[in-house]
Ligand binder design. Structure first.
Ligand SMILES: [Zn+2]
Length: 303
């Protein structure tokens, strides 16, 4: 082989190694947890039980939107086949009141992102927000708080929403349709690690996916326990494998603290092994919601 041909060959191999390495690092590999994250479930249960009043009697769910992502965007290394992503809202039903967790997208944002949209479910969710005495969000992304911010009477509804300071501070950068000055004068909820907000309902700090991310623990009167983890995991498979979304998504699209999320996935996996009866509900896992509906743990549609 002459000198030039050899140089070209070496150059091409080097390019292949760089491109292949970048592909592997950005698309296939997820990383391993470097930090630690702890869910003190005994403490969470104590707080849930300490709050006076009747615990929830049931939890209802609306599926508001549906689309799909390439599987590797959800679980790094899972390939390019489309995998479903659904947006949900949950109604926690107490004997004499209700609470709502998450609200899906602003319908105007759905038109732009091309997802399937269920207007009837959206209308029931909007009624649910108006009927609720407590409104909570796992985090400040527009597929969770957007449907709330889109409500015409959002300023009134804010009076019963417990939104943490980081969610308030970061909502504008994640919500394309946010009304100007919507949070002016709003008193954000502030807490360190855990905060009981209703009988059986406890907020758990979980910054990482976004600065305001939190998990929401709910214990029903029957003793069933749920952990709405927001987008710490989009699918249960993230927890089972302790594997994040592809770095292309976490670094360049979400700009999340991936180390924190990996540590949370690890903690959730340990919790699921130690406490298999807790219903862990990831942010967008249609399979989990379908299974929980079939098991009677969740009920279809808001009251
Ligand atoms: Zn989400």
């Amino acid at each position: 082989m002459n000198k030039w041909l050899r140089r070209v060959a070496i150059g091409l191999i080097a390019l292949l190694v760089i491109v292949g390495g970048a592909y592997y690092w950005l698309i296939v590999q997820s990383g391993t947890p470097s930090g630690t994250y702890t869910i003190d479930i005994a403490q969470v249960r104590r707080l849930a039980d300490a709050m006076p009043g009747d615990k929830p009697i049931e939890i209802r769910v609306e599926q508001l939107e549906r689309g799909s992502f390439p599987a590797t965007a959800i679980v790094a290394g899972d390939g390019w086949a489309p995998s479903p992503m659904a947006m949900f809202s949950y109604q926690v039903v107490f004997p004499h009141s209700t609470a709502v967790i998450d609200s899906g997208f602003d319908p105007k944002a759905v038109k732009k992102n091309g997802m399937q949209f269920d207007g009837v479910a959206q209308a029931r969710m909007s009624k649910g927000l108006n009927d609720a005495s407590l409104i909570l969000f796992t985090h400040e992304h527009e597929d969770h708080i957007g449907g709330f911010l889109a409500q015409p009477n959002v300023r009134t509804l804010l009076g019963k929403a417990r939104i943490n300071g980081e969610q308030v501070a970061n909502a504008a950068r994640y919500n394309s349709e946010i009304p100007p000055n919507v949070f002016t004068g709003y008193q954000a909820t502030s807490y360190e690690s855990y905060l009981a907000v209703a009988p059986g309902v406890v907020l758990i700090r979980a910054a990482g996916h976004t600065p305001g991310s939190q998990m929401i623990y709910v214990k029903t009167a029957k003793g069933q326990e749920f952990l709405f983890i927001g987008d710490v995991a989009w699918h249960m498979r993230n927890i089972e494998l302790v594997r994040e979304r592809a770095r292309l998504v976490t670094m360049f699209m979400l700009r999340e603290d991936s180390d924190a999320v990996l540590a949370q996935l690890q903690a959730l996996k340990q919790l699921s092994q130690k406490e298999p009866k807790i219903f862990i509900v990831p942010g967008h896992d249609l399979g989990v919601v379908t299974a929980d509906l079939a098991a009677g743990a969740l009920q279809r549609n808001f009251r």
